[in-house]
Design a binder for this molecule. Structure first.
Ligand SMILES: *Cc1c(COP(=O)(O)O)cnc(C)c1O
Length: 402
């Protein structure tokens, strides 16, 4: 079992942040910004297909770097978008119909729900509304980068607890981390990028270890996929059994196939929290196109479910294929796999681009030998496996073994 040295980890994170930032061309000398902002590293966003095509002269790309749904949005969305041109000159509804419709879908009162321009905007709003300089935020490592970046941007101090050697949440270390004053506990369940999942009992144990005024944020970006793993918890039920404030996040970007439109949601039954998020919300933060597409998508739930089922089947096939190469793959409840390579991940990801395959090499300290590969269509997954096998037969940078 790993004992986590939280203090070291904070320094590691800070060092990592300043390393990135001291590279030439970054505006570290600009003095008109808050120091938290000047020190922020760039978000490790996935590469776009067209850019990679152009750079390597390729005809087609397997885009497996951003956990999108390769089966696309429900067909109902196509019809909804067709009549939109005439509406583009108007501002979106101040009280979008989507809010009421989504509340019904989620079986929640409308007042508990707030929409965001992607759930990443909601993560930023939460940090804006809650974090004062010096406030402590606990999360996991490896992490969804925006959970850390948005906290640091507000002057928060982030302690990130590494997953165990076997790539599970380290419950004991997490409980120890939240036993000190903690403003926010934020994590995604299942975890992006690892894919590990906390059960109801584990979630309950962790929440009970938090201070009574700690805000618990559970990011359920992959809930539609994880619902197919046995014992995926109903986080809202667990959170409602206790009195700490909480927020659960969801998104249309993953299983619903609408990543390009940017729309997500936050749920909380603490009225003061919803009011605080409303206070920092840009008045028209979700656009007409995204609202109407999401409304139509909810009418195509069966398409979403079928695409999720296909992806889960393909994930299990791909996992076995990668393991057959002798590589460690973390158990995953999401639409992606976290793969440990025998060498640094960045040059392998670069070599994969030449084969027309986009994956995400991990950059956080301690995990730079991992790639995260999203589950694509069968032929894309095969293309990935074949390319990876060819690359590892002649590893690009084996001498740099960690
Ligand atoms: C993809 C993802 C999101 C979604 O972000 P959007 O802004 O809704 O596209 C949020 N949280 C996690 C953990 C994710 O992986």
């Amino acid at each position: 079992m790993i004992r986590v040295d939280i203090v070291n980890l904070v320094y590691t994170t800070i060092n990592w942040i300043s390393d990135v930032h001291s590279s030439p061309g970054t505006p570290s000398s600009v003095s008109c910004c808050r120091p938290e902002i000047a020190a922020l590293p760039a978000y490790n966003a996935g590469l776009a297909s067209d850019a990679v095509k152009e750079r390597y002269g390729l005809d087609s790309i397997a885009k497996l770097g951003s956990n999108e749904n390769p089966h696309g949005a429900p067909p109902q969305v196509r019809e909804a978008l067709a009549g939109l041109f005439d509406k583009l000159a108007l501002y979106p509804e101040a009280e979008p119909r989507l809010r009421a419709r989504l509340a019904t879908y989620l079986d929640e009162p409308m007042q508990t729900l707030i929409l965001g321009n992607g759930s990443e905007q909601l993560i930023r709003m939460i940090m804006q509304a809650v974090i004062s300089p010096g406030d402590r935020v606990v999360t996991v490592l490896p992490s969804f980068g925006l959970h850390i970046l948005n906290a640091v941007a507000m002057g928060g101090v982030v302690d990130a607890v590494p997953v165990t050697e076997t790539c599970e949440f380290d419950l004991e270390a997490l409980c120890a981390a939240v036993s000190r004053p903690t403003r926010i506990l934020i994590l995604s369940n299942p975890s992006n990028p690892v894919g590990c999942m906390m059960t109801e009992a584990q979630l309950e144990t962790l929440i009970s270890a938090c201070p009574p005024d700690c805000l618990i944020v559970i990011d359920e970006a992959y809930r539609e996929y994880a619902a197919r793993t046995a014992h995926y918890p109903d986080a809202r039920r667990v959170l409602r059994r206790q009195s700490r404030p909480w927020i659960v996040l969801g998104t249309f970007s993953k299983a619903w196939g609408l990543a390009g439109l940017r729309i997500g949601w936050a749920l909380s039954d603490t009225p003061a929290l919803i009011a605080a998020l409303e206070a920092v919300r840009d008045p028209f933060n979700t656009n007409i196109v995204a609202q109407l597409a999401a409304l139509a998508a909810l009418e195509g739930e069966s398409h979403m479910r079928e695409s999720v089922a296909a992806t889960v089947r393909a994930r299990n096939v791909l996992k076995a294929g990668i393991e057959a190469m002798g590589l460690d793959v973390a158990p995953s409840s999401g639409n992606f796999l976290f793969v440990r390579l025998p060498c640094p991940a960045a040059p392998v990801a670069e070599a994969l681009l030449r084969h027309g395959v986009i994956v995400k090499p991990w950059k956080e300290p301690g995990f730079t030998d991992r790639i995260r590969v999203s589950i694509g269509l069968d032929e894309e997954n095969m293309r990935f496996t074949q390319a990876l096998r060819a690359i590892l037969a002649e590893p690009p940078a084996l001498e740099e073994l960690p």
